[in-house]
Design a protein around this ligand. Structure first.
Ligand code: MN
Length: 715
């Protein structure tokens, strides 16, 4: 029988016949796709995916995982597109294969140790389906088992990655067997000499230990029998990498480590665990402070067991783990074990439900223990991440809260980068600054000297750092812009008295500042710019003679009839005044329109069209309004509203939109109101440069066939 048929035969133990057939089909597909390719060892390539599926079948993983295992290198190595897999095997399997390929492409080149942990988290975060990780782990395990065929350089790189990334991931998922095998294989490949020496020492020690080990084992078994307790007692050995780490980390000698005798007792139910504990504690005296109850308080990955250390005969330390069959299975296979226990349960189908179920069970264990914090830190974040992991162009990994945008990323890299960013590339493509980022993406921020944060960013950034930096910058900017506007307003009034700010004596300025309770002229100017004080009043005070009489005696200076009708040249609007000058929404003035400014306390200046109806009311407050003109170099785009009535015909809205774009105006909003079957009314919010531009635009729209009437809306 061929290898695949033997495999398929065994699958019959826990899968339905049609599921086995699907796995078989995936195998044949992979065999054909990899046809002609061989492994380094010379075997046909397909032996590798088959071996990976084998590893997963040993964990009793579902048929879709096994299919993905068969196909896991097909996208990466044979150029078969994902779409072809969707067609052949459906979305789920194709997604799994695609996920594994993406993880494979992400080669890990550690520059800093701290990167490794982020990389582990990123790998988990990227795999929305946890089975992607399990297939990837099985793939890596088979590659580690067959590492010998590779060149030394490559061997070391893969071994390092395994120790730093894959062994910890397996551990996080509670897959102890897998993580120890990763560690021992990785250790052997990274440090062949050290691993060989420890291996040899363990073999030697084993002979010396054998007699004592058996005596302890027998006494433990006899003890259980006396107490009428069912339990399987086994000796256990530490794995090589574990010994090595103990020697390095805890600075223990090899003999100290090997002098400890370790056993595991497997029993039927949790209650028995405690009874066995009591029995062994009466057999040998326990070490004080070494008892750990991981049944009541499980480890973060769901591990449960009782641990204790005893003084054996002649004072030999004996380490004992006591757990149930089910706990043993969970300790070895972690999340994969959960698949097995629940796989017969029809209520829980679908992978997410199962992963959640696993998490829920671990969470419940933790909650019962009143210790969910560690769990949340270690497990939940990894599997249902609240974070995204983003690469900088240089390969550094940044951790950001989920939903972060390129602007958040820019501020996380550096405040200056955030403040001067104008655009970004995500995976080398230009992307909007507001688009939420996803784990694994590489983000490059494009900056420009003199660029400034946009107030609109506040509507989408989510990190505190970005938000507070943008706010801080805008506040600062608003302050300096209000100073500039205040200075212009004050100068204008002073000019009508034939003087200027620089001609006012310093002592006079100081007196006015004292009077206003201010220290700096800048603050006073900012107050004028913001509309909190009137330039006219401030000017009068500045011009009053400083003879000690009341500051509020305007008679002492010549007074123009009103600020508005001074006959002086009106203030010119440039369009670049920034945050302190805004354009009224009611009448949407554009360059060329006659305009009037209204100083609104705290807001700065709002510009209206001269004939705006809202202005009629505001004008009662004549000190707060002032005539304005447009500067001849006015710049920017200005919003207007248009109303177009047209005869309804196919494609007319598209033609209208095209016409506007061709006229070089941009559309902010378009809404269509069908009046009756024949006539439609379209409301447009459009940005134009000035009146001339607007009239060209209107002309173009009017020439469209079907357009009956077009009006610019006011109020
Ligand atoms: Mn592979």
């Amino acid at each position: 029988m061929s290898a695949i048929e033997v495999f398929a035969d065994n699958l019959g133990n826990y899968l339905e016949p049609e599921q086995v057939n699907l796995v078989r089909r995936a195998y044949f597909y992979a065999e054909q796709a990899h046809d002609g390719q061989t492994r380094r060892s010379g075997e046909p390539y397909v032996t590798h995916p088959l071996a990976v599926a084998h590893i997963l079948a040993d964990m009793h993983m579902d048929h879709q995982s096994l299919m993905a295992a068969m196909l896991h290198d097909v996208i990466e190595d044979t150029g078969i597109p994902k779409d072809a897999l969707i067609e052949q095997f459906g979305d789920t399997v194709a997604e799994l294969v695609d996920g594994v390929s993406k993880l494979t492409q992400m080669t890990f080149e550690t520059k800093a140790e701290a990167q490794a942990e982020n990389f582990q988290k990123m790998a988990l975060a990227m795999a929305r389906d946890i089975r992607v990780i399990l297939v990837k782990l099985a793939d890596r395990l088979h590659n580690m088992r067959t590492l010998g065929a590779l060149a030394p350089e490559k061997r070391r790189r893969i071994a390092k990655e395994t120790l730093e990334i894959y062994a910890p991931i397996a551990n996080r998922l509670g897959m102890h067997s897998l993580s120890t095998e990763f560690e021992d294989l990785g250790f052997k490949a990274m440090y062949p000499m050290r691993s060989m020496l420890i291996d040899r020492a363990v073999r030697n020690a084993r002979g010396n230990r054998k007699e004592l080990l058996n005596r302890i084992l027998e006494s433990l078994q006899a003890c259980l029998e006396r107490e009428g307790l069912q339990g399987k007692v086994m000796g256990r050995e530490k794995h090589l990498y574990g010994i090595y780490q103990k020697m390095r980390g805890k600075k223990k000698s090899f003999n100290e480590i090997m002098d400890v005798y370790a056993f595991r007792i497997i029993v039927d139910k949790p209650d028995t665990c405690y009874r066995v504990l009591g029995a062994v504690h009466s057999l040998y005296k326990p070490f004080p402070g070494r008892f750990k109850d991981y049944i009541a308080i499980p480890k973060a990955n769901g591990y449960q067991s009782l641990h204790t250390t005893l003084f054996g005969m002649h004072g030999v330390p004996i380490e004992i783990q006591i757990r149930t069959e089910e706990m043993e299975e969970l300790a070895n296979n972690g999340i994969a074990a959960h698949w097995v226990y629940k796989s017969k349960d029809d209520v829980i189908n679908g992978n997410h439900a199962r992963t959640r179920q696993w998490l829920k069970s671990v969470l419940e264990l933790q909650q019962n223990a009143g210790n969910s914090l560690e769990f949340i830190e270690n497990v939940k974040i990894d599997l249902f991440p609240d974070e995204v992991y983003i690469f900088t162009p240089k390969g550094r990994i940044m951790e950001l809260p989920k939903g972060s945008t390129p602007v958040d990323f820019a501020y996380a890299v550096h405040t200056d980068i955030g403040n001067s960013c104008i655009a970004c590339r995500v995976n080398r493509r230009l992307a909007p600054l507001s688009e939420p980022l996803e784990s694994g993406e590489t983000v490059e921020i494009i900056t420009a000297p003199g660029a400034r944060p946009n107030p609109a960013w506040l509507s989408f950034v989510i990190t505190g750092k970005a938000r507070s930096n943008i706010r801080h910058f805008l506040k600062h900017q608003r302050h300096s812009e209000s100073i500039a506007l205040g200075e212009r307003l004050l100068d204008k009034v002073l000019a009508s008295f034939d003087t200027q700010l620089s001609a006012i004596p310093e002592a006079r300025i100081q007196a006015v500042l004292n009077d206003c309770g201010m220290e700096l002229m800048e603050d006073l100017l900012a107050d004028i710019g913001l509309g909190n004080r009137m330039a006219y009043v401030v000017a009068r005070r500045l011009l009053a003679s400083g003879d000690g009489t009341s500051e509020d005696e305007p008679q002492k200076v010549d007074q123009p009839a009103s600020a508005e009708d001074s006959g002086e040249k009106p203030l010119a609007i440039r369009g670049t005044e920034g945050l302190v000058v805004s354009f009224a929404r009611c009448c949407n003035p554009i360059p060329g329109d006659p305009i009037v400014g209204y100083l609104s306390s705290g807001k700065g200046m709002v510009i209206h069209q001269e004939n705006c109806r809202n202005l009629a009311e505001l004008r009662h407050n004549s000190e707060k309004t002032l005539h304005l003109t447009w500067d001849k170099d006015v710049s920017g785009e200005f919003t207007i509203e248009l109303r177009v009535e047209l005869e309804h015909q196919r494609g007319i809205i598209a033609q209208l939109a095209t016409g506007i774009t061709v006229a070089d105006a941009s559309i902010d909003k378009i809404s269509v109101d069908e009046r009756d079957g024949r006539v439609s009314v379209v409301q447009l919010v459009v940005r134009v440069r000035d009146r001339l531009h607007l009239s060209q635009l209107i002309k173009r729209i009017r020439n469209l066939k079907g357009v009956m009437r077009i009006t610019r809306l006011k109020n």
